[in-house]
Design a protein around this ligand. Structure first.
Ligand code: ATP
Ligand code: MG
Length: 249
C-alpha cells in the first residue's frame, strides 16, 4: 500500500522535458503548446519548414524567449522562463543559427572566452584542457591553426569552432540550430558526424535543428517535426521515412 508520505519509485526524469509550451514575440504567438523530450545520451532532431518555430523553441528552452505557458525541465528541475545565464550554468549550451563566434578573436581565444563565460564556472584547468583536446581531435583543422582569427575561417570551420565553443562548457544538453546551413554536402556530413561523436563518446544529450532532413536522420535516435508552431510528428527516423512528407513539411 502506498501512503502519501512514502517515497515511491519515481521514473528517471528526462534530461530535457518540454511540456505544452506557448511562446512568441509580443502578440505574435509562434508556439501553440509544444512538448518534447530528450533522454539521457539521446540525439534528437527537430525538423520543420522555415518559420515553423524551431528557433523559437530552442530560445524558449534556453530562456532567451519566455514562454507564456507550459514547462521546461532539465533533469526534472524547472527552468521555465529562467534567464540564459541560469540555463547555461545548469548545463544547456546553444549553438545559435549562424554560429556565434567572435571574428576578431583567434580560434584559441574564442575557446578560452567560451570556457570563461558559458556554463559552469570554476571548471578545473585539467577539465578545460580535456575539452579543448576533445574539440581539437574532433576538428583537426582547428588544431592546425589555433592562432588564426575566426573571421578568416570558412563557414564550415566557423561552425566547427562554434560547436567546440559549446563543448568548452561540458554541456549536459547541447542544442544546435541548423549547424549545416550553407555548408557543402561533405562538410554537412563531417559536422553531423562530429555531433554524433560528441553524443556517443561524451554522453551529451543533443537537440539539433536541421534543414538537411535526410542527413540528420542518418545520425538521430528520434525526430520531431514542427509545423506552424505545433508538432505534427514524433518518432524514429525509420517511422518518419515511411510518412508522406508533403503532409509534414
Ligand atoms: N525576434 C522576432 N520577433 C518577432 N517575430 C519573430 C522573431 N523571430 C522569429 N519571429 C517569427 O516567429 C516565427 C517562427 O520563427 P522561427 O525563427 O522560430 O522559425 P524557424 O522554424 O526557426 O525558421 P527557419 O527554418 O527559417 O530558421 C516566424 O513567423 C518569424 O517571423
Ligand atoms: Mg530557425
Amino acid at each position: 500500500m502506498r501512503t502519501h508520505d512514502a517515497p515511491h519509485a519515481a521514473a528517471q526524469p528526462h534530461v530535457l522535458d518540454v511540456a505544452d509550451v506557448v511562446a512568441g514575440y509580443g502578440k505574435n504567438t509562434v508556439l501553440r503548446g509544444v512538448g518534447l523530450t530528450v533522454g539521457e545520451s539521446e540525439l534528437v532532431a527537430l525538423l520543420g519548414h522555415n518559420g515553423a518555430g524551431k528557433t523559437t523553441l530552442l530560445r524558449s528552452i534556453v530562456g532567451q524567449v519566455k514562454p507564456t505557458a507550459g514547462r521546461v525541465l532539465l533533469d526534472g528541475a524547472d527552468f521555465t522562463g529562467r534567464p540564459p545565464s541560469a540555463t547555461a550554468v545548469a548545463g544547456m549550451s546553444l549553438v545559435p543559427q549562424g554560429h556565434g563566434v567572435f571574428p576578431s578573436l583567434t580560434i584559441e581565444e574564442n575557446l578560452t572566452l567560451a570556457a570563461a563565460t558559458g556554463g559552469k564556472r570554476g571548471a578545473s584547468a585539467a577539465t578545460l584542457a580535456d575539452s579543448k583536446a576533445f574539440a581539437f581531435d574532433l576538428f583537426g583543422i582547428l588544431k592546425q591553426r589555433p592562432k588564426d582569427r575566426a573571421g578568416s575561417l570558412s563557414g564550415g570551420q566557423r561552425q566547427m569552432l562554434a560547436i567546440s565553443m559549446a563543448l568548452m562548457t561540458q554541456p549536459r544538453l547541447m542544442l544546435l540550430d541548423e549547424p549545416s546551413t550553407g555548408l557543402a554536402p561533405v562538410l554537412v556530413d563531417e559536422v553531423l558526424a562530429a555531433v554524433r561523436k560528441v553524443n556517443r563518446e561524451l554522453g551529451t544529450s543533443v537537440l539539433v535543428v536541421e534543414q538537411d532532413i535526410k542527413r540528420v536522420l542518418g545520425v538521430a535516435d528520434r525526430a520531431y517535426v514542427l509545423k506552424l508552431g505545433g508538432l505534427v510528428f514524433t518518432g524514429t527516423p525509420a517511422q518518419l521515412e515511411k510518412r508522406d512528407w508533403s503532409e509534414l513539411f
